[in-house]
Design a protein around this ligand. Structure first.
Ligand code: NAP
Ligand code: 3JN
Length: 337
C-alpha cells in the first residue's frame, strides 16, 4: 500500500481553503487524517470531506504536532507566524500567501514549470500568486524555445481572488442595483458591480500595485531568469471566478502564432482554444471549475519584430491557488517525504 499522510488545511473555511479540501478529495490525495484549521470565529463549524463532517479547530502552535503536510491559505500574517512553527515540527508547509514567496530559501513552485525546485525545500514551499501561475504555465514553453525578453500583461481578475466577502459583495451589489436599492461598498474602495478598477492590493512607491509587482518578481523567480522584463496592470472586474489576461511577449527568436499554438497544445496543464473564424476563444466561464489553463487569441504582435499576443484564462481559486498547492503536495508526497 502506498504511504498515507496526516494533513492540515489552514484557513479551511475560506474560499481557497474550501477548494483545497475539494481538491484533496477529487485528486484522491493519500490522506490518513485531515485536520481543518481556522480562527476562533469558526468554532462549531463542520466541513465535509469524503462524505464525513470534520469539525473546524482553532489554529494554535500545537496544531501541527504529528502532521506531515499543511496547506496554508489564511493570509500572510498567519503564514508568517505559523509556517515556521509547523516546519520546525517536521510538517512541510505549502503556503498560498505572499509571506514567503520571495524568500531565497523558499522554493516558489508551479508544477508544470519548475517542479525540480521542490527538492531544495527547508520546510516551506510557496505557491505563487494566481495571476502569475496561469501566465507562467502558458509562457514557460515559449521561453524554452524562443527566450522571452519582455512581457506586458493586463489582468481581468475575478472577485473570488479577494475571498468569500468579496464574492458576497458583488452578489449583494448586483441584487441591490436590480432592486433599486442603495449600493453598499465594504470590501473594495469602489463599486465592483457593473464596474472595473485598476487597483488590486496596495499601491507601492513606484505607483504600481503590490499585485502587479508580484507578477514581475514571481515570474522571474519561477522561470529562473531575472533578465525577463515584465510590466503589469492588474484590474478587478465584476466576474465571480477565473482570471483572464491579455499578454504581449517579445522574444529573442522569432516564433509564429502557428508554432505557439502547436507548442502550447502539447504542453502540460494547457489547452489552446483558438479559432477566430468560428468565434472560438476562452472565457472566464469556460475555465471555471477546471484545472486547465486556456489560451486563445494567439496572434502576431504587429507593433514589434518578434512579438506574440495572447489571451490566458484559468480558474483562480483552483489552478491559481488550491489545485496548484495540492499538485505541489503530490510531488512532495511522492518524491520527498
Ligand atoms: P477568505 O475567504 O477570506 O478566507 C480566509 C481564511 O483564513 C478563513 O478560513 C479564515 O478563518 C482564515 N483565517 C483568517 N485569519 C486567521 C487566523 N488568525 N487564524 C486562523 N485562520 C485564520 O480568503 P481566501 O480567498 O480563502 O484567501 C486566504 C488567503 O489565501 C489570502 O489571504 C492569500 O494569502 C491566499 N490567496 C492566495 C491566492 C493566490 O493567488 N495563490 C489567491 C487567493 C488567496 P475564519 O473563517 O475562521 O475567519
Ligand atoms: O486579488 C486576487 O485576485 C488575488 C489575491 C491574492 C491575495 C489576496 C490576499 C492576500 C494574496 C496573494 O496571494 O498574493 C494575498 C497575499 O499577499 O498573501
Amino acid at each position: 500500500m502506498s504511504k498515507l499522510f496526516d494533513v492540515a488545511v489552514v484557513g479551511a473555511t475560506g474560499a481557497v481553503g474550501n477548494q483545497m479540501i475539494a481538491c484533496l478529495e477529487e485528486r484522491n490525495f493519500p490522506v490518513k487524517t485531515l485536520k481543518l484549521l481556522a480562527s476562533e470565529i469558526s468554532i462549531g463549524k463542520k466541513l465535509k470531506y469524503k462524505g464525513k463532517d470534520i469539525p473546524v479547530e482553532v489554529l494554535s502552535e500545537n496544531s501541527f504536532d504529528g502532521l506531515q503536510i499543511a496547506l496554508f491559505s489564511a493570509g500572510g500574517g498567519t503564514s508568517q507566524k505559523f509556517a515556521p512553527i509547523a516546519a520546525s515540527k517536521g510538517c512541510v508547509v505549502v503556503d498560498n500567501s505572499s509571506a514567503w514567496r520571495m524568500d531565497p530559501e523558499v522554493p516558489l513552485v508551479v508544477p508544470e514549470v519548475n517542479p525540480h525546485a521542490i527538492a531544495r525545500h527547508k520546510g516551506i514551499i510557496a505557491n505563487p500568486n494566481c495571476s502569475t501561475i496561469q501566465m507562467v504555465v502558458a509562457l514557460k514553453p515559449i521561453h524554452d524555445v524562443a527566450r522571452i525578453k519582455r512581457i506586458v500583461v493586463s489582468t481581468y481578475q475575478a472577485v473570488s481572488g479577494t475571498g468569500q466577502k468579496a464574492i458576497n459583495e458583488l452578489h449583494d451589489q448586483v441584487t441591490a442595483i436590480m432592486n433599486f436599492r442603495e449600493v453598499e461598498t465594504k470590501v473594495y474602495h469602489r463599486q465592483i458591480a457593473f464596474n472595473c478598477f485598476p487597483h488590486i492590493d496596495v499601491f507601492l512607491e513606484n505607483d504600481y500595485t503590490k499585485e502587479e509587482m508580484k507578477m514581475v518578481n514571481e515570474t522571474r523567480k519561477i522561470m529562473e531568469d531575472d533578465s525577463i522584463m515584465v510590466a503589469a496592470t492588474a484590474v478587478r472586474v465584476p466576474v465571480f471566478y477565473s482570471h483572464s489576461e491579455a499578454v504581449n511577449i517579445e522574444t529573442e527568436k522569432k516564433i509564429s502564432p502557428a508554432e505557439v499554438r502547436e507548442l502550447l497544445d502539447r504542453s502540460p496543464g494547457l489547452r489552446v482554444v483558438d479559432d477566430p473564424k468560428d468565434l472560438i476563444y476562452p472565457t472566464a466561464l469556460d475555465a471555471t471549475g477546471g484545472d486547465t489553463t486556456l489560451v486563445g487569441r494567439i496572434r502576431e504582435d504587429i507593433s514589434i519584430k518578434n512579438g506574440i499576443v495572447m489571451w490566458i484564462v484559468a480558474d483562480n481559486i483552483r489552478k491559481g491557488a488550491a489545485t496548484n498547492a495540492v499538485q505541489i503536495a503530490e510531488i512532495l508526497a511522492e518524491k520527498y517525504l
